[in-house]
Design a protein around this ligand. Structure first.
Ligand SMILES: C[S@@+](CC[C@H](N)C(=O)[O-])C[C@H]1O[C@@H](n2cnc3c(N)ncnc32)[C@H](O)[C@@H]1O
Length: 349
């Protein structure tokens, strides 16, 4: 069988060309878990429009279309057939999970927001490498540097319980207010909870905002989705969450452009001065990140190669007990965002 995917037009113009290659890399990884794995994944022009095309040995099923519909670059999916004269594209509907309207991705705009399609790609690439999932249960996703929660929204749209930690308390409060208002406006059933938390002997303080929601009363009782954002320092992840909680840990590290990295020593409540280089943040937080990630779970972090090399980043993660995924198929995501940012993703188990 042959299929063609029309690329999402929302990819950042600056890296639109590269985004085609990124899409092929994303599909090559995600396609491994389809009922009939993808072969010959490539970019192909049909009537001067670029598509990502691929083949499978057997026809794909409904569950495959659900997975494909969640990939970051998929705008429309077609079954592809050739006649003597023509290429025919037959549209296939990708089912939606229906928990949230897609508009949640784009309404909130702010300086420092990570592109939502890029965020979706990180989640999907991490999911493709993840082996920790309990059958039937939604994946649990944590963004340890969450900002206003782009990763959380993308996780929810993919049917995952989504958690985040963000050091800036105002940012967290704003994200919570937005989420609450959004669910009210969308007339979704939801329950909110806010609590202050502190470490042993008040070694640190934080504030936890949670929202459980569902599209209707029945699913609110049986299968609500969970949104949770903690205003606190990522260094304390292992005290904010139980050991082995998360299947995926996905985030966009500070770039030293819009945001700095903020760290403290474990016993110091006050953040140290903002550093341009994220090494300090990674070195101090990675041991806690490792504890909250399940065995078989995957970490996927975006970073600026102009500030930190892949090798330096890998060494910091390995020191904390992670196994960095170094195979070629996991190393295809480098792209230029602007003059100051050469963005890449590192994946580790
Ligand atoms: C590139 S931004 C993430 C933006 C986010 N993906 C979004 O779209 O809103 C990095 C975030 O890391 C946060 N941060 C820096 N150091 C941190 C730390 N030690 N603990 C938690 N968050 C931290 C910054 O405040 C900033 O919001």
């Amino acid at each position: 069988m042959e299929y063609a995917i029309l690329l999402h037009p929302g990819h950042n113009r600056v890296y639109f060309e590269t985004s085609k290659t990124l899409s092929v890399s994303e599909l090559a990884l995600a396609g491994e878990s389809l009922s009939s794995p993808c072969q010959q994944v490539q970019v192909e022009e049909i009537a001067s429009v670029p598509y990502v095309t691929f083949q499978t040995a057997k026809p794909l099923q409904e569950s495959d279309f659900l997975l494909l519909g969640q990939l970051s670059f998929v705008y429309a999916l077609f079954e592809k057939a050739k006649t003597d004269k023509d290429i025919l594209l037959h549209p296939i509907a990708c089912p939606s999970l229906g928990y949230l309207p897609e508009s949640i991705r784009t309404i909130l705009k702010y300086t420092g927001k990570t592109n939502e399609l890029f965020t979706r790609m990180m989640i999907q690439v991490a999911r493709a490498a993840c082996t920790s999932q309990t059958k039937g249960a939604p994946l649990r996703l944590l963004d340890p540097v969450a900002g206003k929660g782009t990763t959380l929204s993308e996780g929810l749209l993919c049917g995952m319980h989504s958690f985040g930690v963000e050091i800036n308390a105002d940012t967290v409060h704003e994200a919570y207010q937005f989420m609450k208002k959004y669910l009210e406006t969308a007339k979704q059933k939801h329950e909110t909870h806010v609590e202050r938390i502190s470490g042993q002997n008040r070694s640190f303080t934080a504030k936890r905002y949670t929202i459980d929601f569902a599209p209707d009363k029945e699913s609110m009782k049986t299968a609500p989705l969970h949104w949770e954002l903690v205003a606190g320092n990522s260094i304390h992840c292992d005290q904010l969450f139980k050991k082995n909680t998360f299947d995926l840990l996905v985030g966009d590290l500070p770039y030293g452009v819009q945001h700095g990295s903020k760290t403290t020593s474990k016993n110091n409540k006050r953040p140290s001065s903002i550093t341009r280089n994220p090494s300090e943040l990674i070195a101090s937080c990675a041991p806690a990140w490792r504890k909250v990630l399940k065995p078989g779970g995957v970490l996927a972090l975006a970073y600026n190669q102009f500030l930190l090399s892949f090798e330096e980043f890998a060494a910091l993660l390995e020191e904390a007990g992670f196994t960095v995924l170094k195979e070629e198929k996991y190393r295809q995501f480098t792209h230029r965002v602007d003059q100051a940012i050469l963005r890449d993703i590192i994946l580790a188990k």
